[in-house]
Design a protein around this ligand. Structure first.
Ligand SMILES: Nc1ncnc2c1ncn2[C@@H]1O[C@H](COP(=O)(O)OP(=O)(O)OP(=O)(O)O)[C@@H](O)[C@H]1O
Ligand SMILES: [Mg+2]
Length: 745
């Protein structure tokens, strides 16, 4: 197409060929992503064959690539106003797309570029009429992700407060309501004062009636306002709760795997659950105290007008109570801290026991676990008592002062009335008592709040200790997204686990071409699983170079890497759901047909079909209705479903019975077609078909060659082989003779 053609001409010519239109649309999006230095991977765009992708699918595709994207509907007038800092993509009616490069409001035209035209071609001007013939308003906006987003902000008290504050409209309503309520609280005292002073003194029934009506109306208002205030509090609480939960969970998922390996699950659960305490505090006590403080603005001046001396006494008493509570803040929080630490320990016993309940039962470890639980509970109860003892003191000390404030004030008022007649009349005294209670409560509440704040600070600390750990990647979107073929190259790779001295891998060097089936053998602890871990990017602080198709593995985007990998371990977790759902594992765009194909490859088809409901058979958590071997084959099918370029099987077949193992093994070559496979196995017989076998010993590479060659020249391998195959007179040569080194199929 020549550069003089306008995009609508282009669209018209492409209209008859939907494939080309789609191609243009994808190219436009790729070009926009490339503008932000992101290479999108078509494999990640899962669209039903022959169907146009929905804009939502396109948005998801771009977002997976780590960019900000949004599908919107725009009018021509809005297009003119767009500040084109990055390309804007117009999704044309025929399924293709055009890229908006500039808008010229003065001339009422926009400049568009055809994604299929060579990049040297200049954009073409298009006016509203011509554009409206091909474009219905569907637009895709793509921008670079901002570095510091809410998601990356460290968790803190202020962060939570920020979330609460975002509900500004509701909060404002709440404060206005509280202010109105504060005014209404003045009503009962005024009524009492009036009744006492006027109604009783002058015996006026009409005043009483008026006061009654006034009272009723005020009561009604107060009820409604209180209802609304509570309701708003719930709404704010629920919204804040949802936001915080989402954030915390997302952040937790971003933590590296080795963090979870180092920490007890019970401890993490307990710590993360503390976030509820923070939210409850903020939307509950803190909020209501702050709202009550609003009332002070109204009430304090009123009590000073009523009786200054008594007002001062009230304030001084409230201040004293506050001082007492503050003085005890430190010791109380330390005691609570000790108690919470004990609680954490206690809950980790519970989690551990539940987690390992099979082992506990089968080894009859119940008494030991009960004993441990007993001891931890005793410690916890003891510390809780100590903490309560300490926090009992400030309340005890404050009690008499509060008594003086609420009841003693009558005596003092009476004394004042006697000593200087006329300064206080009975109505005023009663009214004062009623109001001063409302003044003291929030002031004391504020001090108590400080007390609670200590506990909440502790909770914040707990949540922080999990959530603010460095994530796997500071920016999950960063990194290369190369097309993965499966070529592996280790160059002097060494790795030492944190906290250990010996190297788990020591100068490992080897190379395999894409499509190789690589077996890893070696004694227990020789570093086989560690190699698998490095490949998956679980640990990235190794020495040396590890390259995937020539790209440094550390530079590759983690999500992209893992999406292109399939991993099956010795123990695999199956989620609650049907067999089909477990195989598809939530990957969009996959159907039962894909699940069946994967199951067949994993030799799982045979037993699935014998299940009562076939692929729709329900699996409970922990899959009690499946045998170990069946679970394993499902896990293999799950790993195969998205046709990974690199498949890692770490002892994946060790739980299988000889029959299903040989079924899987017979399929290995088929499974391995078109991908690189790394198979760790203790049973050497299952590795004889591998193109290459890497022999590891204490983290070092001893040799790498096909089975017959190793048998000839590698002593360790021969020993291992003979140990396992003593019953065979002569080692069996692999089927099909000597495999060719690193062949592509
Ligand atoms: N999470 C870990 N923390 C500390 N050291 C570890 C950790 N995992 C493994 N190691 C150590 O690293 C070394 C290699 O372990 P690796 O799991 O790679 O062995 P392996 O060859 O897979 O053994 P096996 O055949 O028993 O699975 C071992 O000495 C082990 O003690
Ligand atoms: Mg292992």
């Amino acid at each position: 197409m020549s550069s003089t053609e306008t995009p609508d001409d282009a669209a018209a010519s492409a209209g008859s060929r939907p494939d080309q239109a789609l191609e243009a649309r994808l190219q436009a999006i790729e070009a926009a992503a490339r503008f932000h230095n992101v290479e999108l991977d078509r494999d990640e765009l899962r669209i039903p064959r022959g169907r146009m992708p929905e804009p939502a699918a396109l948005v998801a595709w771009v977002r997976d690539g780590g960019l900000w994207a949004r599908a919107v509907r725009m009018r021509f007038g809005q297009l003119l106003k767009v500040e084109v800092a990055s390309p804007v993509i117009l999704l044309l009616r025929d399924g293709s797309a055009a890229i908006l490069t500039t808008a010229d409001p003065a001339r009422n035209i926009v400049w568009l570029k055809d994604p299929r035209a060579p990049s040297s071609d200049p954009p073409v001007p298009v006016d509203e009429l011509r554009l409206s013939q091909v474009w219905g308003g569907e637009t895709l906006l793509i921008r670079a992700q901002r570095e510091i987003t809410d998601e990356n902000a460290p968790f803190s008290f202020l962060w939570v407060w920020g979330v609460v504050r975002k509900e500004s409209k509701l909060l404002r309503d709440m404060f206005l309501g509280s202010f109105a309520l504060a005014l209404l609280t003045l009503v009962p005292p005024i009524i009492v004062m009036t009744t006492l002073d006027r109604v009783l003194t002058y015996r006026s029934v009409s005043t009483l009636a008026l006061v009654g009506i006034f009272f009723a109306v005020a009561l009604l208002y107060e009820t409604i306002l209180n209802y609304t205030r509570r309701k708003i509090t719930y709404v704010v609480g629920a919204r804040v709760d949802a936001k915080i939960s989402l954030h915390v969970f997302k952040r937790m998922l971003r933590l590296p795997l080795d963090y979870f390996e180092r920490q007890q699950a019970g401890e993490i659960t307990y710590k993360v659950a503390q976030v509820n305490k923070i939210r409850d505090f903020m939307t509950g006590k803190m909020m209501s105290t702050m709202l009550d403080m609003v009332a002070l603005v109204v009430l304090i001046p009123v009590i000073f007008v009523l009786q200054p001396t008594l007002a001062w006494i009230t304030l001084v008493c409230a201040g004293l109570v506050a001082l007492i509570i503050m003085a005890y803040m430190g010791p109380v929080s330390r005691a609570i801290g000790r108690w919470i630490a004990a609680e954490t320990q206690k809950s980790s016993v519970l989690v551990e026991t539940l987690h390992g309940i099979r082992t506990v039962k089968s080894l009859a470890l119940e008494p030991q676990q009960r004993d441990l639980w007993d001891r931890r509970t005793a410690t916890s109860v003891q510390l809780k008592l100590e903490a309560s003892e300490i926090s009992n003191w400030p309340q005890t000390l404050a009690n008499p002062i509060e008594g003086v404030m609420s009841r003693g004030i009558v005596l003092i008022g009476a004394l004042l009335a006697i000593s200087s007649p006329g300064s206080v009349d009975p109505g005023t005294l009663i009214g004062f008592m009623m109001i001063s209670g409302r003044v003291a409560a929030p002031l004391i509440g504020l001090a108590r709040l400080m007390d609670d704040l200590q506990e909440v600070r502790l909770a914040v600390g707990f949540v922080q200790s999990v959530i603010n750990q460095p994530p796997e990647r500071a920016n999950p979107a960063a990194g290369l997204r190369p097309k993965i073929e499966g070529g592996l190259s280790f160059n002097a790779v060494s790795y030492t686990y944190p906290g250990t001295k010996t190297r788990a891998l020591d100068g490992v060097t080897f190379e395999v071409a894409p499509g190789t089936i690589l077996g890893l053998v070696g004694k227990s602890g020789s570093g086989k699983s560690t190699i698998a871990r490095l490949l998956q990017g679980i640990t990235r602080d190794y020495e040396g170079f590890l390259k995937l198709d020539g790209n440094d593995l550390r530079e590759v985007n983690l999500a992209h890497l893992r999406r292109n990998f399939g991993v099956v371990l010795q123990e695999n977790f199956l989620f609650r759901g049907t067999i089909r759902e477990n195989i598809i594992a939530g990957r969009p765009g996959l159907t039962l047909t894909d699940a069946v194909r994967a199951a067949r490859l994993a030799a799982a088809e045979e037993f699935i079909e014998r299940m009562p409901n076939g692929y729709e058979t329900w699996i409970e958590e922990g899959s009690p209705n499946l045998s170990g071997g069946q679970r394993q084959r499902l896990a293999i099918a799950r790993a195969l479903i998205h046709d990974p370029r690199l498949l890692i099987l770490d002892e994946a077949t060790s739980a299988l019975d000889p029959e299903s193992e040989s079924l899987v093994n017979a399929n290995l070559t088929r499974i391995g077609k078109g991908r690189t496979m790394v198979i760790v196995s203790h049973r050497l017989a299952s590795l004889t078909d591998c193109h290459q076998i890497l022999v590891l010993d204490r983290g070092k590479v001893l040799d790498m060659a096909p089975h017959p060659v190793l048998l000839e020249r590698c002593t360790v391998y021969r020993q291992l082989w003979l140990q396992q195959n003593r019953h065979l007179e002569t080692p069996t040569p692999p089927r099909g003779g000597v495999p060719v080194l690193a062949q592509g199929d």
